[in-house]
Ligand binder design. Structure first.
Ligand code: FAD
Length: 469
């Protein structure tokens, strides 16, 4: 009996997909990685995931977990030897506790579904990014996703209190705690978060919620340069008591790309500026939302006053504050078109790196010189979560320059590390960052990862060939 035949007895034959039915999983979101799995299995409970992994262990069957399939590093692609295990049917929000401000959710819950459910309780699940309509909690946890609100609320890791995962041999690791303090031994929850399906399949989690903002004040700014942007960010944090929740960088090439590739796109300002930053302040406080003497909410008035001062001082050259939800949505849509406009041109070499906040400008200057020295005529695209130093840097080397894709990637990764940064900020390792793991990650760290992988998955059946070289 094949693995898929035996799996059908666990999940029912309709939950096994093969052949034509696998079409949606054959190509990843970026179109860079192709899959050709033997099949896809859709368990409906933790018990079924457990039975499927125990079965895989007995059959020596390679398994690749997949949640929303929006990952950008090739982490969920599968070859013909592997079976995809989808979490999509684990889609229950088991409970939301308004009193404790927590949500207990299954791994297949779509991020935007959790956002909506939290909002109904006057709460917010703060991790957010452009793929929120498809990405699922299991994928967020497996990649420790970041997004646009990291400077205020942290990465997915920082929002997770408890986790449930099925180990490669089928045992269920149950750490579904809602505790904020629990120092009972090694922190296996944090080991599972960001492990990209190497150590187990995450089936459920307890997540922290925060009070929903009553007021948001959003603006597009044109800082004089990136140093001025950082000065202003720190000032806004200081003056508002840390209410900046997003600080997103879009240089002129990004604005040009947005206008070129996204229907209905508009210039942020009357004239084009070299540096453009979208900033958002948010507050759950009724006092911040209440109208002041000029009739506008106090937080908006405070932002306006601070930006007026920054304009006078020359820190910024231009600013537009959203006056309506529609204007705010337009600002966010501009930023969240990043993946669409970046991948509209091909071929590309996409990189996701982090550097210390004060090194963003140095990184961009250095990498452009180095890229053009290697591939003359290469173009690039930049968009950054400026508030946490995360730069999405994409190179368009042209068909001829594509032969140097590996060198270009190594150049970007190496330059980030040289400036005290990381070659992987928020998208994880998957397949695309394996060369950097080999080349620049501390060798003792890699050996330790291998030892942990071997201890939990001695046969190497779970998401083999990725993440840990
Ligand atoms: C338009 C767009 C915008 C994006 N913006 C951001 C952003 O701002 N910040 C950011 O961090 N990411 C971003 N991403 C990347 C991606 O959305 C995130 O990495 C997301 O967390 C992946 O979730 P997913 O459910 O799609 O996971 P998948 O793509 O299905 O899987 C990702 C990895 O996790 C593993 N995995 C999946 N589910 C499980 C599970 N239950 N247990 C164990 N392993 C599992 C897979 O094997 C794979 O290695 C963006 C992607 C797109 C397409």
């Amino acid at each position: 009996m094949t693995y898929l035949d035996a799996a059908a007895a666990i999940v029912g034959p309709t939950q096994i997909l093969t052949g034509e039915a696998l079409a949606p999983w054959r190509r990843d979101w970026t179109g860079q990685y192709l899959s050709d799995p033997a099949g896809l299995v859709r368990p409906g409970s933790t018990a079924e995931v457990s039975a499927l992994l125990a079965l895989a262990s007995r059959h020596g069957q390679a398994i690749v977990p997949v949640s929303g399939a929006t990952g950008l590093t090739g982490g969920a692609v599968a070859g013909p030897e592997a079976v995809l295990l989808s979490t999509e049917r684990l889609s229950t929000i088991r409970s939301i506790s308004a009193a404790e401000r927590t949500a207990e959710v299954e791994a297949g819950v779509v991020l935007s579904t959790l956002h909506a459910a939290a909002e109904e309780e006057g709460l917010l699940y703060p991790v957010t990014f452009g793929a929120r309509g498809s990405a699922r909690i299991g994928g967020l946890l497996a990649t420790n996703a970041g997004g646009s609100n990291v400077l205020a609320y942290g990465n997915t890791r920082d929002t997770c209190l408890g986790i449930e995962a099925v180990l490669p041999d089928g045992r269920v690791l149950s750490l579904m705690s809602a505790l904020h303090k629990d120092n009972s031994g090694l922190n296996l929850r944090h080991l599972m978060i960001g492990s990209e399906g190497q150590l187990g399949i995450i089936t459920a989690a307890v997540l922290k919620l925060v009070p929903a903002p009553r007021i948001r004040a959003t603006a597009m700014l044109a800082p004089r340069d990136l140093a001025a942007a950082l000065t202003l960010l720190n000032r806004l944090q200081d003056e508002t008591g840390g209410k900046v929740v997003a600080c997103e960088y879009m240089p002129d090439i990004y604005i040009a790309g947005h206008l070129r590739y996204v229907a209905g796109a508009r210039e942020p300002f009357g004239q084009r500026h070299a540096h453009n930053v979208m900033i958002e302040l948010a507050s759950p406080s009724a006092a911040d939302a209440a109208p002041g003497e000029d009739g506008q909410p106090r937080l908006s008035a405070q932002l306006e006053a601070l930006l007026a001062g920054a304009l006078e001082e020359g820190l910024i050259l231009d600013a537009t504050i959203a006056q309506s939800e529609a204007q705010r949505a337009e600002m966010w849509a501009r930023r969240e078109s990043a993946a669409e406009l970046t991948f509209a041109r091909r071929p590309f070499v996409d990189c996701d790196i982090a550097v210390p906040l004060a090194q963003v400008a140095a990184f961009l200057q250095l990498i452009r010189q180095r890229v053009r020295a290697l591939v003359p005529g290469a173009e690039d695209m930049v968009v950054a979560h400026l508030g946490d130093g995360n730069i999405h840097y994409t190179i368009y080397p042209g068909e001829a320059g594509l032969a140097q894709a590996a060198e270009l990637r190594a150049l970007v990764d190496g330059t980030a590390v040289e400036l005290g940064g990381s070659f992987s900020a928020e998208h994880g390792i998957g397949l695309s960052k394996l060369p950097a793991m080999r080349a620049v990650k501390d060798p003792v760290a890699v050996e330790t990862m291998r030892a942990i992988k071997a201890a939990l998955d001695p046969a190497g059946l779970l998401n083999a060939g990725k993440t840990i070289p």
